[in-house]
Design a protein around this ligand. Structure first.
Ligand code: PMP
Ligand code: GLU
Length: 398
């Protein structure tokens, strides 16, 4: 057996993508699957965005673009930051990549290495953890509490900082909890961040999927000092139902952006030219489809949350953003379903998939195994039937 590189030995495959693949495989085999697994909007990409891609093909935009993205898309990103986040970036500070996951990957590779620590509030998105490890750094997990809406407090942050701390990952709205930091909460964290001179990687991919009148605030917009130590990550996947197009972007201090672009120029070159043209249309075009999706997501969240809270023993804070519910299911641990012992959320997730074909992601993927994550990016009819199925299984756990 060939000895594999040390850097990949500690990596686990993406559980979110693995569960999605399993659910899609079952579907291909003709099994009716209720897929609450993956975080992917079920809506189609809006028509004007698809048309922009078709036009790009017809105009011959089928060649290499600059590695860090086309001027048009970078300009659209600069304009978006100015218009929506009150952030003034120069074109040279923007890097377009193959999905926000790739933007994050570039950021970690450029910023951290062996011997560095990166603070990661849990529950976290599975790839945040793995990407920190791939970069050679040590993730320092800060366990947030359900009663605080799963938000890291300034005290917790301060306590986690050591002389090795290089960066902190923030993700608001959060995958998997849906929690949203207010401006005041970010200001309090920012005080600690500036005091200790650490870098912020701010994953804002769910920015537009935010409910109940809450407002998204980018931590970079709090002050020039904050902007100087923050890499903002965003993309079109979630807001415009464009997961398959693979376009994400980062805004960073110019030296960081330059290195991210150099790294990318040797790894993937540019993201797909056609998808970039479509993303210009997404950012500059009619935003009504986003509002329509949001309205639908709220209805689904409220319905699903109500159904969950009606089940004895399950608790779940109301998420302010994204499209996930993250209920605490630990009430079932130590009990059994028809003689089959349930010891953790993975056992419960396996049971739900095997018995009633409902795919959910066990909390272990997010560093908190008392929970499961349910994505409500699926129609209300599907949610209703799947909730009936979940209830029928849970009622038998004794
Ligand atoms: N960040 C978070 C928190 C996510 O949930 C996702 C979901 N895929 C991403 C980044 C990556 O998005 P993309 O599909 O643009 O790579
Ligand atoms: N971010 C989504 C999720 O958490 C998509 C899958 C992935 O990229 O991991 O399910």
């Amino acid at each position: 057996m060939v000895k594999l590189a040390e850097r990949v030995m500690k990596i686990s495959p993406s559980l979110t993508l693995a569960i999605d693949a399993k659910a899609k495989q079952m579907k291909a085999e003709g099994i009716r699957v209720f897929n609450f697994g993956v975080g992917e909007p079920d809506f189609d990409t809006p028509e004007h965005i698809k048309q922009a891609a078709i036009d790009a093909i017809n105009k011959g935009m089928t060649k290499y673009t600059p590695a860090a993205g086309t001027l048009e898309l970078k300009q659209a990103v600069v304009d978006k930051f100015k218009r929506e986040n009150g952030l003034n970036y120069d074109i040279s500070q923007i890097v377009i990549s193959c999905g926000a996951k790739h933007s994050l990957y570039n950021a970690f590779q450029v910023l951290v290495e062996d011997g560095d620590e990166v603070i990661l509030p849990a529950p976290f998105w599975v790839s945040h953890l793995e990407q920190i490890k791939i970069a050679g750094a040590e993730p320092v997990i800060v366990m947030t509490e359900e009663k605080n809406g799963f938000k890291m407090t300034p005290k917790q942050l301060e306590k986690a900082i050591t002389s090795k701390t290089k960066a902190v990952l923030l993700n608001s709205p959060c995958n998997p909890t849906g929690s949203v930091y207010t401006k005041e909460e970010l200001e309090a964290l920012a005080e600690v961040i500036l005091k200790h001179n650490i870098i912020v990687i701010s994953d804002e991919i769910y920015e537009k999927l935010i409910y109940d009148g809450l407002e998204h605030v980018s931590i970079a917009s709090l002050s020039d000092e904050l902007k100087e130590c923050t890499v903002v990550i965003n993309g079109v996947s979630k807001a415009y139902a464009m997961t398959g197009w693979r376009i994400g972007y980062a805004a960073a201090p110019v030296e960081i952006a330059k290195k991210m672009a150099s790294l990318q120029s040797h790894a993937t070159s540019n993201p797909t030219s056609i998808a970039q043209a479509a993303s210009v249309a997404a950012l500059n075009g009619d935003q009504k489809p986003v509002e329509d999706m949001k309205r639908e997501f709220v209805k689904r969240r409220d319905y699903m949350l109500n159904r969950l809270l009606n089940i004895d023993g399950i608790t779940c804070p109301k998420p302010g953003g994204a499209f996930y519910l993250f209920p605490n299911v630990s009430t079932y641990f130590g009990k059994a379903y028809k003689g089959k012992q349930i010891n953790n959320a993975t056992d419960l997730a396996t049971l739900l998939l095997d018995k009633v074909q409902v795919a959910v992601v066990p909390g272990v993927a997010f560093g908190s195994d008392n929970f499961v994550r349910l994505s409500y990016a699926t129609s209300i009819e599907v949610i209703a039937e799947a909730m009936d199925r979940i209830e029928s299984v849970l009622a038998e756990i004794k």
